[in-house]
Design a protein. Sequence first.
Length: 368
Amino acid sequence: MQPLPDPRHQSHRLPRIVAALTFPEIIVIWALRHATADAGGGDGASGRIAKEFARALGLARLEEALAALATMVAALSDASRLPQAMPPLDDDRVSAREEALLALLGAAQRSDPSLSRRLVEWLVLPQAQRDFTEAAASLARIMSEAGQTIPLDSQRHRPRLRLAASYDDDAAPHKDLLPSAADWQTLALPERHLTGGVRLWVQAFRSDQDPLAAVRQHFGSRASADAGLSLHAVLRNTTLAATRAVDVRCLRCPGLSPDEARLLDAIAWLQREQSEPATAPLAQWLPGAALRLSLDAARGLGAALAQDGYILPLRNWDYAALEAASRAPHRPHPQEAAQQGTAGPNTDPLESAFAVTGGDRAASPTVH
């Protein structure tokens, strides 16, 4: 297998060209580009797509197919995860976003919810994910019934799961994701090591102590690889730019928050030099500019941990289950309660949140 070009900074292969696509792929790309270019163009603009869809998919469910396409285009226009424009109509190359859209339809045709969920999270923001997923599933189903099957090359659409050669001499691909972890006890040692550092940083930050010193003591510090400094950069960016509260638990909490899992997921992918799947978890709370700055620090964090032998496993995270568990009432550990001056359950509505939003230092992080 040929190595990826400059894997430290990009995770894509050379783009395919439209001429190499199958007919079902071509009709999807053609329709997406025309629908995007013709947005607001009226009945004449949509008529061209309707004519080609009728030929390819038949008349019986034409209106449903057009509605699904319109919903997908609207989501990409209004709630795209990354600011990427659809390529012009005459561009011979297939963009990374178009590859992801084709992969999503292929995954939906094969009833692969795990791959579908990851692709949707990468493509659009949370507020548009439900409608986008339903529209993609509808279009995929109509195409299947018309005999138009999107080929799904797992090696192309699933980022290669390999470690950098400096961390794994064999660079053997990992074929399977581990199942989701439900709590602290089910985490692997490298995951506990990183999660413990995150919780230490938040505790120090909310106590007006030095969070950088705390995590440097936890991870160790050396000139070649400073995991503490890298984590400090990621979390400091979060305090300045987060668009919502970020759920981080206290040091002794036996649970695991969905956001702690998202950070673990991002670092695990970055240790395998895969930037695209690492973007979606962090983009849950970091806007574009802060996300781009934080990715470099997160990449350094993954490299530093790997040099110390802490390789995070890739998991098929069940964020819905973690969200449900996080809504259960929590009682702080007695020592944490004493430090917080509480005698019972924390009634602060931000009890489980590392809640610094939009640079508001007054909304200090809280843990439970």
